[in-house]
Write a protein that binds this ligand. Structure first.
Ligand SMILES: [Zn+2]
Length: 154
């Protein structure tokens, strides 16, 4: 009887350790994917930086929301080639291929601290990453997420 109890304690400990390892592995992988998502936003910003200056009036005619990123061929000025796969958020198990909100107003009219791209709601478990016009990329806190909901559109 004593041997049986001992064996079940060991089995229980093994199951517990295995479960903890799985949880740790999944949370690390999710964090890595959130980092990868920020690289996508960085490359999107690099493409934008190679287009017309942010002050150019032609920006008023560029598409708004997700279409802004989907139709980068409509941007004014010179552009660097832009890999469409960067528009897929890597945190999603099934990315749609257009997972980032774009500017809700003319890119020209937004200020340096205004979000111009953001994860769509539900991409990450909670909130998501945000690209500011200045090029700064951050994992949004509640305040920035609320602000991004105003300056970016789906
Ligand atoms: Zn993301």
């Amino acid at each position: 009887m004593k041997g049986w109890l001992h064996a079940s304690l060991i089995a229980g400990a093994v199951v517990l350790v295995a479960a903890l390892a799985v949880v740790l592995f999944l949370s690390t992988r999710r964090r890595d994917r959130r980092d990868e998502c920020r690289f996508h936003l960085m490359r999107m910003h690099n493409a934008l930086a190679a287009a017309a200056p942010a002050t150019a009036r032609e920006w008023d005619h560029a598409p708004k929301g997700r279409a802004f990123w989907e139709r980068s061929d409509d941007w004014p000025g010179a552009r660097i080639p832009f890999d469409r796969r960067d528009l897929a958020c890597p945190v999603l198990d099934r990315p749609t291929g257009s997972d980032y909100r774009g500017p809700a107003a003319s890119y020209r009219a937004l200020g340096p601290d205004d979000p111009i791209a953001a994860d769509r709601d539900g991409n990450h478990l909670e909130r998501g990453n945000v690209l500011l016009k200045s090029g700064t990329i951050v994992e949004a806190d509640e305040r920035l997420w609320t602000r991004a909901a105003k300056t970016t559109a789906d």
